[in-house]
Design a protein around this ligand. Sequence first.
Ligand code: IMP
Ligand code: MG
Length: 172
Amino acid sequence: MSRLKPFITERRLQARVRALGRAIQADYRNRDLVLVGILKGSFIFMADLARAIDLPLTCDFMRVSSYGSGTTSSGKIRMEFDLSHPIRGKDVLLVEDIVDTGWTLDHVLSELRKKKPSSLKLAALLHKPERERVKVPIDYLGFKIPDRFVVGYGLDFDGRYRNLRHLAVLDA
Ligand code: IMP
Ligand code: MG
């Protein structure tokens, strides 16, 4: 039986996401901003972040998965579906739930670079620096967290817990 321990409250999450939104809004004024969310984990963060940015942005999504299951990624990344619109010449801000080993983002960033956006930056809600294998520059970071498996606010364990309004640590 797994147990959930409260980790980051809804209130802290909301305050941090609003602050990231303000910073992004200031940086992307008069630019052609496209938020690109990586499904599924980013969907709630993306929804709140998009509403915290008062600019005429557009949203797109891509789906990526790493082979294997459980609580660690295998490093082999597969694109399950790609963007619906070209990003050539656009200012792309990739939106991801968590940077763990960095393998997923490293792969996605290099794929997106091939599509020749005018700029490409990364917003990640969470980062586990202790687990980093590949250095991925995070331009807008919500929280650095220790090496614990967290769920809620879009993040899952085995497909569950994405709908929690706060973040919790899962003790398996
Ligand atoms: P990376 O390729 O190791 O950076 O893996 C990143 C992906 O692993 C994230 O997009 C999540 O889907 C998943 N992941 C890593 N750590 C956690 C966690 O603590 N909770 C839920 N999912 C996680
Ligand atoms: Mg993910």
